[in-house]
Unconditional design. Sequence first.
Length: 386
Amino acid sequence: MSGVGIGQRPQNRRQRAVKALWTGIWLVYLGAPVGDLLNGGHGAAARILGWMGLAAFVAWYMVLIFRTGRVERNALVAGSLAVLAAQSTLLVLCLGREWLVLFVYVAIASGAALPPRLARWTIPGTCALLSALALTVPGGRPYLGGLLIPALLGGFAMTGVRELIRTTIALREARATVAQLAANEERLRLARDLHDLLGHSLSLITLKSELAGRMLPDHPDKAAQQVADIEKVSRQALVDVREAVTGYRRPRLAAELAGAQVALTAAGVTAELPAESDPTGIPEESESALAWALREAVTNVVRHSGARRCTVELRRCQTLDGPVLELCVEDNGSGGSGGGPGNGLTGLTERLHKAGGTLEAGRVRHGFRLVARVPAGPAADVGSPA
């Protein structure tokens, strides 16, 4: 940005020049004191003191305006404003009514340099001092109407603009924070997707590679079939990763159930799956979450459980919160040797939570059971265990 907003301290030379030019424009209203010094009939000593006082006032005023936005003690700023007010009072009493315009600048400096809780007192105080002097100096009463309103409006307008600038800065910082959080959430989502995609696919590739190695000496034709399956799985994994990176992949239950059948059969696990596996009338997010849950559960059965049988059930249940679709995956294995939930179950819990669902996973009497529930739509026949 080349410029600097009102209420902000300039950060570089160009911003300082822009702010100095913008602030200098408003000094044109000091034409009345300048005209009084030139044509007011004052003596030489009074003119010299007047020029010195005016120059000191402008310099001190510019310092206060330029230091706006710095973290300073309010007492120091209030003391500086008091010096400005005292200087203005002295010039008015010594040189006349034309110098009453200085109090407009004192009120504006109060609004620009002090926080609102203090400026709401100093601005009316400045206006009260202006009124008292206008009623005291000869011919000052006609000036009161033309200066009191600008002093009040200018001071409180600067207070409002300063707070507006502060609010805008806070909103920009909040927007940057939200963007950072969104980026972190997207990284987490991508990490979960890649874990679920590659974990399942690489487990299946490893399993089929071991089968092909054992079959190769005696059954080269069967080994060739396993190699062909490995190629197919690896190609599909590559497609899945690409779709996951672009954010467009939404797994379907039917496809995951078909993949589960292949993976469990290749691992030598007897699979009992639903006869019908394409539920209708449920939100896409719910179906996607269940599909991920099925993939993670089957991957764990193949890699860690040592099970010989795995049952997958898909049913609709009615709860107090409405209809839910429940996926239950149970095996007769050991459940693995881990002492707690792994990355897969942790990511799966987060994924189901975002879909409004829940996850239950743990050991049962004869194995391990995973139950995932998600909100369902209107009733539909989702099939039963074969």
